[in-house]
Design a protein around this ligand. Structure first.
Ligand code: GBH
Length: 448
């Protein structure tokens, strides 16, 4: 049973950040427009690996409809919005020539957000690695690090007069585990434990490089990164399950956070990592971030499963509810991981950068979308953030995933995470009940 927490808008400071997150590849569409280069998700799609056979070619057509989308955020009184800049739009080959039309699009978007009173929180990399960089080994090698730093500098110089909050990567753990270990995400490799750990380490180096690049352009900016956090617990107290959970905790949470916040390798995987960790790497990975973005979807309940990376399999036989992805609904896991991070890392400033759920929404005859399960999901997680705040966790904001139904990676257009529905035939946006509830809650919390 989960620990329910009260939900009272008065529990939040007036300057708390409220809004939603999106990512470029999932919403923009316009993949062949204005000089954008090819990325690893284009390739993964061409390989026929999207389960519903769809693609992100149009997606929400946000590239052309961003004004309408910003208006939806404004109408809900968001004071923050996290989006990603598309590396292949800005530096189409990953390195070398810059694409002015790519930069222009983000100029328009940022100006629109500022005019609406919404803080733009820019994330540099939400999984859209330029294909030429993957062809050189992608996150398996350290060669990506330099180009990432150059791209960060380009963005800081161009947008730094208007964007004050910069996040480096989205979920390096998910990229490493699903992209290089389990094959479910682009580039779709199965390179085992060492492949996962390499991808984690090289992303740590990119984070350190990008953070320093931006700091040197923007001395006062708020800098951080975004990772997926989850309490990793064993399914039973059998020693092999306990060990699987500890190893998974290292791969999921610790390699990224110990690298960034402490400049350390977790003991349990240090021997596996040492062969590719070079002198100076741990110093480069470490950076005094101003703000840490956390994506939370649920707990990782681990059991021993030989033949899997780190001998770990997922299972959660005890969950009471599941989302439309089949993921367990575990709001109190958010509280638990926030308390864990507070203790382990000295209570850094943190915000929920993503939290939400897919459900099979139905459009009512009157055109409304009643999504009580998604509304409850958001309410329960916001309540756990309030609980953590009360217990001293340094929480700065809560952003829902996602503003719009969008291209859900390998599941294509078949899974809907939006608080706003997108009709993929007409591209019409329809705010769901969850959006309406969230808007009314934000009003109360901000004292509007
Ligand atoms: C995020 O990743 C992404 O940042 C975002 O782009 C994406 O659209 C969104 O979430 C929704 O998926 O099978 O019960 O063990 C989420 C990463 C990894 C979270 C797999 C859930 C499996 C849960 N996800 N994890 S379970």
């Amino acid at each position: 049973a989960s620990a329910a927490a009260p939900l009272d808008a008065k529990l939040f400071p007036k300057d708390f950040l409220w809004g939603a997150s999106t990512s470029a590849y999932q919403i923009e569409g316009a993949l062949d427009v204005d000089g954008r280069g090819k990325d690893i998700w284009d390739t993964y799609t061409e390989q026929g690996r999207i389960t519903d056979g769809s693609s992100a070619k149009v997606a929400c057509d946000h590239y052309h409809r961003y004004k309408e989308d910003v208006a939806l955020m404004k109408a809900a009184d968001f004071n923050a919005y996290r989006f990603s800049l598309a590396w292949p739009r800005i530096v189409p080959a990953g390195t070398g020539a810059v694409n002015p039309k790519g930069l222009d699009f983000y100029d328009r978007l940022i100006d629109e957000l500022l005019a609406a009173g919404i803080k733009p929180m820019a994330c540099l990399y939400h999984w859209d690695l330029p294909q030429p960089l993957e062809d050189k080994g992608g996150w398996q090698g350290r060669e990506v690090t330099g180009p990432f730093g150059d791209y960060a500098t380009i963005c800081a110089k161009r947008f730094g007069d208007r964007v004050d909050t910069w996040m480096m990567l989205n979920e390096p753990n998910v990229v490493a585990i699903f992209g290089y270990g389990l094959t479910d995400h682009a580039p779709g490799h199965n390179l085992g434990e060492i492949g996962i750990l390499k991808a984690l380490h090289h992303q740590n180096l990119a984070q350190g490089t990008g953070l320093r690049a931006i700091r040197s352009v923007l001395p006062k900016a708020t800098l951080g990164t975004v990772t997926n956090v989850s309490p990793c617990r064993p399914e039973s107290d059998k020693p092999e399950d306990v060990r699987a959970a500890l190893l998974w905790d290292a791969a999921w949470n610790r390699v990224t956070l110990d690298g960034l916040l402490r400049g350390q390798l977790p003991d349990i995987v240090a021997d596996q990592m040492r062969p590719f960790v070079q002198a100076g790497d741990l110093e480069l990975a470490k950076f005094p971030v101003d703000l840490l973005g956390l994506n939370y979807y649920g707990r990782n309940t681990m059991k021993h499963e030989p033949g899997r990376p780190f001998n770990a399999g997922w299972g959660d036989p005890k969950a009471e509810r599941y989302t439309g992805m089949g993921w367990p609904v575990q709001p109190d896991g958010l509280y638990d991981i926030l308390m864990e991070l507070k203790t382990l890392y000295g209570n850094p400033a943190m915000y929920v950068a993503e939290n939400g759920a897919a459900y099979d929404d139905v459009v009512s005859p009157d055109g409304a979308v009643h999504d009580p399960e998604r509304t409850l999901f958001i309410q329960e997680h916001v309540a756990q953030v309030a609980r953590a705040l009360k217990d001293g966790v340094n929480m700065k904001g809560y952003l829902a995933w996602s503003l719009l139904d969008n291209f859900e990676w390998a599941f294509g257009l078949s899974k809907r995470f939006g608080i706003v529905r997108v009709d993929y035939d007409t591209l019409k946006r329809t705010p769901k009940d969850s959006y309406k509830w969230f808007a009314s809650f934000i009003k109360q919390a901000r004292g509007i």
